[in-house]
Write a protein that binds this ligand. Structure first.
Ligand code: WTA
Length: 658
């Protein structure tokens, strides 16, 4: 565990000593969806347990075999089964008489702009969009890229793609044109659905220009379907661009859906890995939907008749896919969907929405919680949030202070908090307490959900005893597991399955406490977690090095009070660039934003003369992290030239953050 931050380890072990525990409230326990017997049931017959969870979906043809694991790590789940994901998320609820039920209470960022969408309306719009995509020439199996704000059309487009069997790849609206272009190219997405822009932080931001620019970088895109959201001016190319309101609105609200094979690709979601090139995580239809629906129902103890659920994630991330779209809709949930940022037009906006819609289940990220803590308790105190009954956290380790604040200040000390560990790759929650069944400890994701087999192992792949740390692994396949990396089976095997035979290596370090409960500590590879977003150190280094003034760059994730980790870059300039000029730091930060997106901008850039390297030439990131976190620099004996660190420390002391 040498790569892991020592400070992080130390803090966690201190916290584990002064551990607190919250037991499930009696009223929740009395009517919990899952009961304690689910753990035994799943342990006794894991595949039988998953087959039972698959019953919550509607199948056109039932499966013959629950799991085919004859060619690991390539899994096939529910072999022989046929179904349609959009039918499961929408049509079947309308057929069951729930057409008038609200699927989404959509809230735009500009105040007063809201829209309630019923399941019947959603069905009509999904059918229209499916017909429109067909008219644009999209066929089953073709990929469609989605680059959209948080508006109902985004969900409609995803479901329309699922309906016609065209895997979607949603690219987060904060990514740059370059990042969008590389994703479009990697999965050969010939049709892009976008909007003129969306509202964020009190203003209209643009999206279409990035699509236009991405189109100049390759010739993959044939058609761009554009939603008018803000009314801002957009450049227009009649041979490519089509307005949503022209094409979709005129389509029939009927579309007879086809039923696809259980393993038909549902979507590709790009995420950062340890190398520069993002990985296209492939999820397929049945297993993914079973995983998302089961965990959404079990982990949030969802009562579809009475709950109002709100997940604040952006649809551009996996949490938005599994817990805003597929899981909740498969379970016939009424959800809130909010377009903008939490501080617009005021810092109580989220709590106001909870009060207004009487939200009962709320799912967000630790970075948001820490931000609200900073803004002050008096803000949430102004709102009536007594409707809340369950709170969830996802995306990064939640520090116990933030957990307790969340439970007390937002949850009025009544609501259990479920700290849910999972990844883009796992498709659904893997480790979490069950709010009506298990107790919870602030800072611990506790135990794998029934059906999932997780463990913490040492370097040799042996399970560590309680009270020790190691690497987090999953020891049995699960239905919503990624099937491969788009177009790269070898990288799939190498990244996740090569370290210990038969085990999925998640890339996270973890500890088991004395009770055997799991505490996830964070990444042990070169992936950073900034505000719950995964960023690769290598990807940012490549972006920096592509700047003409840069000779070499090293990037580390340093602990940050609000964002969990922050990007800190050390840069050596080319000699021809001199000192880089007065704006060099800004220039480099903007360059990273252009190459990847604003989320990847380094918090701090230090211009240095040399980087600490081992005798074999490997950059010693551990030392750079020590400097970035203002710690005493660790062991430098393996350093080729140990005076380098003194120079870097001096540089760090004089560098400015902006
Ligand atoms: C981290 C987000 C600790 C972890 C769903 C993982 C967490 C990565 C937690 C996946 C949690 C997510 N506690 N760490 N509850 N949830 N992580 O793919 O490092 O964007 O590997 O999926 O986030 O990030 P991803």
């Amino acid at each position: 565990m040498t790569q892991q931050s020592d400070a992080q380890n130390q803090t966690l072990s201190n916290l584990m000593h002064e551990e607190r525990r919250f037991d499930p409230p009696a009223d929740l326990a009395a009517q919990a969806n899952l009961t304690a017997t689910a753990y035994d049931e799943a342990a006794a017959d894991r595949l039988g347990f998953w087959a039972k969870q698959a019953e919550r979906l509607s199948w056109a043809t039932r499966w013959d075999e629950v799991l085919d694991w004859s060619n690991p790590p390539f899994a096939q789940w529910f072999v022989g089964g046929k179904l349609n994901a959009a039918y499961n998320c929408v049509d079947r609820h309308v057929e069951a008489g729930a057409g008038d039920k609200v699927a989404f209470h959509w809230v735009g960022e500009p105040e007063g702009e809201t829209r309630d969408i019923t399941y019947a309306q959603l069905k009509d719009e999904v059918c229209q969009a499916a017909n429109a995509l067909v008219e644009l020439g999209v066929k089953t199996g073709d990929r469609v890229a989605i680059y959209m704000p948080m508006i109902p059309e985004t969900v409609v487009t995803m479901l329309a793609c699922a309906r016609i069997g065209a895997p979607h790849t949603v690219v987060f609206g904060g990514f740059s044109a370059d990042a969008l272009a590389s994703r479009i190219e990697d999965c050969d997405a010939q049709v892009v659905v976008t909007a003129d822009g969306g509202y964020r932080r009190g203003a209209a931001s643009a999206l279409k220009p990035a699509v236009d620019e991405a189109r100049t970088k390759n010739s993959v895109v044939r058609k761009v379907l554009v939603v008018r959201r803000t009314g801002q001016e957009v450049a227009w190319d009649d041979s490519v661009d089509v307005w949503w309101h022209d094409l979709v609105a005129k389509q029939s609200t009927e579309h007879a859906c086809e039923f696809f094979d259980a393993e038909h690709p549902l979507y590709v979601m790009y995420t950062s890995g340890t190398t520069g090139k993002p990985k296209g995580i492939l999820h397929t239809t049945a297993g993914y939907l079973v995983g998302a629906a089961y965990t959404h129902w079990g982990v949030f103890d969802l009562k579809p008749e009475t709950d109002v659920y709100w997940c604040t994630a952006d649809i551009g991330w996996v949490t938005g896919h599994s817990y805003m779209v597929y899981g909740p809709l498969a379970n016939q949930t009424t959800s809130v969907m909010y377009e903008g940022t939490p501080d617009s037009p005021h810092q109580g906006r989220w709590w106001e929405i909870i009060e207004q819609y009487k939200v009962t289940i709320f799912y967000t990220a630790p970075t948001a919680i820490r931000t609200f803590m900073k803004w002050g308790d008096e803000i949430p105190a102004k709102y009536d949030m007594s409707s809340l009954r369950i709170l969830g956290s996802v995306g990064e380790p939640i520090n116990p202070e933030a957990y307790v604040w969340y439970r007390e200040t937002i949850g009025g000390s009544r609501t259990p908090v479920v700290d849910t560990w999972w990844q883009t790759e796992t498709g659904a929650i893997m480790i979490s307490p069950l709010p009506g069944v298990t107790s919870a400890k602030p800072g611990s994701a506790m135990t794998p959900v029934p059906g999932v087999v997780a463990d913490v192992v040492d370097d040799d792949g042996n399970s560590v005893p309680d009270g020790s740390g190691g690497y987090l692994v999953l020891k049995e396949p699960w239905p919503s597991m990624l099937r491969t990396l788009w177009g790269d089976d070898e990288r799939f095997k190498e990244t996740y399955w090569s370290r210990w035979p038969g085990m999925y290596f998640a890339g996270d370090g973890a500890k088991k406490d004395e009770d055997g409960d799991i505490w996830v500590l964070g990444r042990v590879d070169d992936v950073m977690n900034v505000s719950g977003h995964r960023l690769s150190t290598t990807e940012i280094e490549s972006a920096l090095v592509s700047h003409p003034k840069v000779a070499e760059a090293a990037v580390v994730g340093a602990t940050d009070e609000t964002t969990g980790q922050a990007v800190v870059a050390y840069v050596i300039l080319r000699s021809a660039a001199g000192d880089g000029g007065p704006d060099i730091v800004k220039e480099l930060r903007d360059h990273v934003a252009k190459e990847i997106g604003a989320i990847a901008k380094p918090r701090q850039i230090m211009i240095v003369a040399e980087l600490p390297k081992t005798r074999s030439g490997k950059i010693m990131r551990r030392l750079l992290r020590d400097v970035a976190e203002n710690r005493t620099v660790g062991d430098v004996t393996t350093l080729a030239d140990s005076t380098v660190m003194d120079l870097i420390k001096e540089g760090a002391a004089t560098s400015t953050e902006d």
